[in-house]
Design a protein around this ligand. Structure first.
Ligand SMILES: Nc1nc2c(ncn2[C@@H]2O[C@H](COP(=O)(O)OP(=O)(O)OP(=O)(O)O)[C@@H](O)[C@H]2O)c(=O)[nH]1
Ligand SMILES: [Mg+2]
Length: 322
């Protein structure tokens, strides 16, 4: 018996990190769950049939849930069609159908990865408007890669905002990864050019480029980001291999319009959604995936180094609905 108990305890310990994370995801998304699933549950409570009034109210809940107009319209159309065809007959089934449909919106395939020359670094450029969490995300990702045994290099290409270079430097020291930097005001493309050369000769595995979120004008910002992109490719054909766009979940619909602009200008490959902890606007995840057809790579659920997780659509739906 003692032996059996010990095995059980061991098993629990092994499972603990996973359950711990799911619990944190659920807690982080509690406001989203309350505002979305909570309203759905109240709507469906005690109802035995799907009436036109119920569908109208459902429509209103979805339209005010930050999922986004286009995605909501598609959801509603599909629900109404299924009800008309008598495929959905009671509110409980309707909830399951919604859940399945929302999950399908979250399944966006990764684009084909450009081929990497063996022994050369993967260069990732991280972009987004000011304050969304680019620098913090880079630190979190660097920490994650380092834990996986990868050699990481950070590049301080936000030379515009005072203290941005130091901020990345502090993170680099904390995590124990090298930061390539010059003074505030230096040409960010020159910093990137030097960094990519250094990374190639030092056999670094991953290069993460931190960029500015604000310049004198939006046009300046896009032009500068494009220049950084070109210069990285000049030093190393194919680089940057990925462009990660960081979006702040608390900005709701605004995040979608930002994504459209960045995608048009730079060709974004992955989305990182930060600040999902404590926002009621988590529904934006669904709209972003579906409308932009870009995979969400990571989600940020706090300010600390390990408050970042690879995005998992199934876990997200579970955290919102169950
Ligand atoms: N709650 C929460 N806060 C976050 C998260 N990610 C980043 N932050 C906070 O958001 C603030 C801005 O983060 P930064 O990483 O400096 O943002 P940035 O995009 O680099 O900003 P600029 O360099 O000014 O363009 C900081 O206070 C971070 O701690 C997250 O997932 N959750
Ligand atoms: Mg920054």
């Amino acid at each position: 018996m003692v032996w059996f108990k010990k095995k059980e305890e061991e098993k629990k310990e092994q499972e603990a990190p996973e359950t711990g994370f799911f619990k944190r995801l659920r807690t982080g998304l509690s406001k989203t769950r309350d505002s979305f699933t909570g309203r759905l549950d109240r709507l469906f409570l005690g109802k035995k049939e799907i009436t036109p009034e119920l569908l109208d109210e459902l429509e209103e809940i979805l339209f005010t849930s930050d999922i986004g107009v286009t995605t909501t319209q598609e959801l509603i159309d599909s629900v109404r069609e299924k009800v008309a065809r008598k495929e959905l007959q009671d509110p409980e089934k309707l909830k399951t159908a919604l859940r399945e449909h929302i999950f399908s919106f979250l399944e966006v395939p990764e684009q084909e990865a450009p081929s990497l020359t063996p022994g050369q670094p993967l260069v990732i450029m991280v972009v987004g408007v000011n304050g969304v969490g680019k620098t913090t995300t880079i630190a979190k990702v660097a920490h994650l890669f380092k834990e996986q045994g990868k050699e990481v290099m950070l590049v301080a290409a936000d030379t515009f905002r005072a203290a941005a270079v130091e901020q990345l430097g502090v993170w680099g020291e904390r995590i124990g990864v090298e930061v390539i930097k010059q003074k505030t005001g230096a040409d960010p493309s020159a910093v990137v050019f030097d960094a990519v050369s250094a990374a190639m000769s030092r056999k670094v595995d991953v290069v993460l480029i931190d960029t500015a979120g604000r310049l004198h004008t939006k046009r300046n910002l896009m032009d500068e980001l494009k220049k950084i992109y070109r210069v990285a490719g000049k030093k190393m054909p194919g680089a940057p291999h990925q462009v990660w766009l960081v979006l702040d979940a608390t900005t709701g619909q605004n995040a979608i319009s930002q994504a459209e602009i960045f995608h048009k200008e730079l060709g974004v490959t992955h989305i990182i959604l930060t600040k999902l902890d404590g926002t009621a606007k988590g529904g934006i995840v669904v709209g972003i995936s579906h409308q932009l057809q870009l995979p969400i790579k990571f989600i940020g659920i706090g300010e600390k180094m390990d408050d970042l997780r690879p995005f998992d659509g199934a876990a997200f739906v579970q955290a919102i609905f169950d």
